[in-house]
Structures are given as structure tokens and as C-alpha cells.
Design a protein around this ligand. Structure first.
Ligand SMILES: *Cc1c(COP(=O)(O)O)cnc(C)c1O
Length: 431
């Protein structure tokens, strides 16, 4: 068979970039085969360099809730490009996006913009440690909070995909300050805090886990964390980098009525440009330089292009807030149809879904934490991924990721997906 352009580019890339990619999961390492190189995207579809079209359920790992190339976002970007792309000085755009974010997150008094979710989380932890004058961080197994040193212990996303137990290069004394507890296990968290709560600066959690595949919080889990943190004087951090503006106009915290002390954002608030943000109670946020002594800075922080794309995205979402319900119904119907197709072939599959984020797991039990997710059949998932890819559907190339729907997805996209799965048995003919 002749080499595709994607294959040729990947061979070249591997000589130039470690693994040929700038973020590990993109390499298709967990599902096998050659990653496809993307030439463009429009609405719910992306196109590879060999001219093949795919229904896109990755959506750049979450940011593109409006789909690819939404006219409002494109327009805002084009206009800002003509004015200038970066100044390293304050702009009105930062004030506008800050106001939009703060209005949507009542628990946040102030917010600061950075360049990635990783940066947001790193600084939120630094603030929590400075505020409490304590060092220990509690996180949950399978949750991913970016690649900061303190947060790679038992993390999700690429760490789970490649089965990396933490990461070499993180000093042991630092790693020892991060304690991991199973997701949804309030009792384990309570027991740890009872013993060592006075050492703990922050409890950080994805209010809906998205990086071990989608795992919803158990009833009372987030409320329980709030109570424990208040009792022990610990800063509660919600990492809403995925869930912010994904499930409602605002955060999951608004849907469950739990107020964290700090919130981390990213993905959707940048409309597809590199962005992150963290915010929360004024008494904590004002510890940041230049008001306070906790240092954080960024050459491109609050970048005008990222702000413009974020403002455009949030404005469309705000004007179309009822559409979240439409999206929820569309995701429900897609997941129901996928379940029905697998029921026909008798293949056990569990689909966890919260609004427009979902993950199919090949397992017969419930998937309530990372242990459950890890027990699902990742080889079957790899065969599912390959089947879909061959038939023009781009799923995330790992069991441990969320699939997303956008405002641009249609019934036709759903039909193509269901047709691609009809008659497919991940345990059947493997030729
Ligand atoms: C993507 C993600 C991050 C990291 O954001 P980057 O912009 O990739 O650094 C942090 N937390 C969660 C929950 C994420 O999904």
C-alpha cells in the first residue's frame, strides 16, 4: 500500500519531535496505528491531510463547544489580528472576559488569566499553600490537573493512557506532599483528613471527572468535600477546566450548589486558543503579586487573541443558554443509540454521560472510580476506535478521555456514528 501523507508526516515528525507529537495521547499509542494529521475543520467535522473527513468527538479535547470555525469566533479573531496580537500591557478585552467569567461563577470574586489549565492549577495550589501555610495536597485517583510537578501522582489522561505511575523528574520529597484518594470515596478522604488534616493546604477535584473517561460524582461527594474542607480549614479547589461552560452557562458548581474556594478554568473560556484561568475568594486571590507576595506572571497571559476568542465563545453561549438542554438531549440520544447497537451484538458496554461529555467503557459493572475504569477492556476500546476512524468518525484515541458534542453536531453526525458501529463486535472477527 502506498504511504499516506499522514504516515509520511508522522515519520518526519518522529525525527524532529519526541514521539512525533506535542502532547502524548495524540500519538495513538493506546489504540495503535498512525495518527492522522489534520488539515482543517468546519462545524462538527475535521479533515485530514489525505482529504478524509471525520465527525469530530475530540473537539480539541473540549474547548470547541461551538464546533470548528464558528463565525463569531473567527470574526473576533480576524478583527483582533488586524489590531495587534500581543502588547504585554492590559487591554479592555481582559476586563470584558473577566466580567463574563465572574458573572457566571458567583463563588469567584476575582480571576486571573494564564496560558493553560496546567498553569492555572499550579498557581491555584501555590496560592492555597501560601494561604493556609500548609504543604500537603489531596487529589483523587484518575483526575488530571495538568502536568505540574505536584499533580502527576495517579493522574488521568495521558498518564492513565500510557500507564505511567507518576513521572520521573518529579523530586520524591515533592511527590510525597501529594496524597491520592479514590474518586467518589468520601470516607477515605475523611479518614485521611481526620489523621492529617492540619497538614493539608488543598483538596483538588474534577467535579465531574473527565480524564479517566467520564465519571460523574456520587451523590453527596462534592458536598461532603466542601464540609470536610471547611471543617479542617482546607482550600477546596474545583478544577473546572473541562466542565466550565460545558454543562451549563457557568460551572458544574452552580448545578450542584457547592462553592469551592478556588476554581480553575481553561479550554472553553479560550474558544480554542491557549488559555487558562483561576479565581476565587478575594482574600485568597489578593495574595497574588502585585497585591500580595505570591508570585505568578506570564509574557502572553491575557493574550488579546485568546481573550477575543473567549469573549466571542462565551457571548454565543450566553445568548443561547437554552441550547445546553438541546445538547444534553442530543448526547442522551446518541448514547442511547450506541447502547442499542451494542445490545444487538450482545457486547457489554457502559456509557457514562454527563450532559455533552461521555465515555463508553467495555465492562459490565458500574464505572465509579479509576479502579473501575481501569478494569474495562482497553483492547476492545482500541478496536472500537479503529472501526470508527475507518468509517469517518474521530473518537478520542484512548479509553481514558471524554468524548464531546458541540453546538455544531447534527442528527446526521449521529447517524454516521451509529452506522459505523452497526454489526461491530470488538470481540468478534479480528482479521
Ligand atoms: C485539560 C485539563 C487540564 C490542563 O489544561 P492544559 O490547558 O492542557 O494545560 C487541567 N485540568 C483538567 C480537568 C483538564 O481536563
Amino acid at each position: 500500500m502506498t504511504e499516506t501523507l499522514s504516515e509520511r508526516l508522522f515519520s518526519e515528525a518522529k525525527n524532529l519531535i519526541p514521539g512525533g507529537v506535542n502532547s502524548p495521547v495524540r500519538a495513538f499509542g493506546a489504540v495503535g496505528g498512525n495518527p492522522v494529521f489534520i488539515a482543517g475543520g468546519r462545524g462538527s467535522r475535521i479533515y485530514d491531510v489525505d482529504g478524509r473527513e471525520y465527525v469530530d468527538y475530540i473537539l480539541s479535547w473540549g474547548p470547541l463547544i461551538l464546533g470548528h470555525g464558528h463565525p463569531a469566533v473567527q470574526g473576533a479573531l480576524t478583527e483582533q489580528v488586524s489590531r495587534g496580537v500581543t502588547f504585554g500591557a492590559p487591554t479592555a478585552l481582559e476586563v470584558d472576559l473577566a466580567r463574563l467569567v465572574l458573572d457566571a461563577f458567583p463563588a469567584m470574586d476575582k480571576v486571573r488569566f494564564v496560558n493553560s489549565g496546567t498553569e492555572a492549577v499550579m498557581t491555584a495550589l501555590r496560592l492555597a499553600r501560601a494561604y493556609t501555610k500548609r504543604d500537603v495536597i489531596v487529589k483523587f485517583e484518575g483526575c488530571y490537573h495538568g502536568h505540574g510537578d505536584s499533580l502527576l501522582a495517579k493522574a488521568g489522561s495521558g498518564i492513565a493512557t500510557y500507564g505511567i505511575p507518576g513521572s520521573p523528574g518529579v523530586p520524591a520529597p515533592l511527590a510525597a506532599l501529594t496524597i491520592t484518594v479514590p474518586y467518589n470515596d468520601l470516607g477515605a478522604c475523611e479518614a485521611f483528613l481526620k489523621a492529617r488534616g492540619e497538614e493539608v493546604a488543598a483538596v483538588i477535584v474534577e467535579p465531574v471527572a473527565g480524564n479517566m473517561g467520564v465519571v460523574p460524582p456520587a451523590k453527596g461527594f462534592l458536598q461532603g468535600l466542601r464540609e470536610l474542607c471547611t471543617r479542617h480549614g482546607i482550600v477546596l479547589i474545583f478544577d473546572e477546566v473541562i466542565t466550565g461552560f460545558r454543562l451549563t452557562y457557568g460551572g458544574y458548581q452552580g448545578l450542584v450548589g457547592v462553592e469551592p474556594d478556588l476554581t480553575c478554568l481553561g479550554k472553553i473560556i479560550g474558544g480554542g486558543l491557549p488559555v487558562g484561568a483561576f479565581g476565587g475568594k478575594e482574600k485568597i486571590m489578593d495574595l497574588l503579586a502585585p497585591t500580595g507576595p505570591v508570585y505568578q506572571a506570564g509574557t502572553l497571559s491575557g493574550n488579546p487573541l485568546a481573550m477575543a476568542a473567549g469573549i466571542a465563545t462565551l457571548s454565543v453561549l450566553k445568548d443561547n443558554a437554552p441550547f445546553y438542554e438541546v445538547l444534553d438531549r442530543a448526547a442522551f440520544s446518541l448514547c442511547t443509540d450506541i447502547e442499542a447497537v451494542f445490545a444487538e451484538t450482545g457486547v457489554p458496554v457502559v456509557i457514562n454521560r454527563v450532559g455533552s461529555m461521555f465515555t463508553p467503557f467495555f465492562t459490565s459493572g458500574r464505572v465509579n472510580d479509576y479502579g473501575d475504569a481501569a478494569r474495562s477492556d482497553t483492547a476492545a476500546f482500541a478496536r472500537l476506535f479503529k472501526r470508527l476512524l475507518e468509517r469517518g468518525v474521530m473518537a478520542p484515541p484512548s479509553q481514558f478521555e471524554a468524548w464531546f458534542l458541540s453546538f455544531a453536531h447534527t442528527a446526521e453526525d449521529r447517524d454516521r456514528t451509529i452506522e459505523a458501529l452497526r454489526g461491530f463486535d470488538p470481540y468478534g472477527d479480528r482479521s
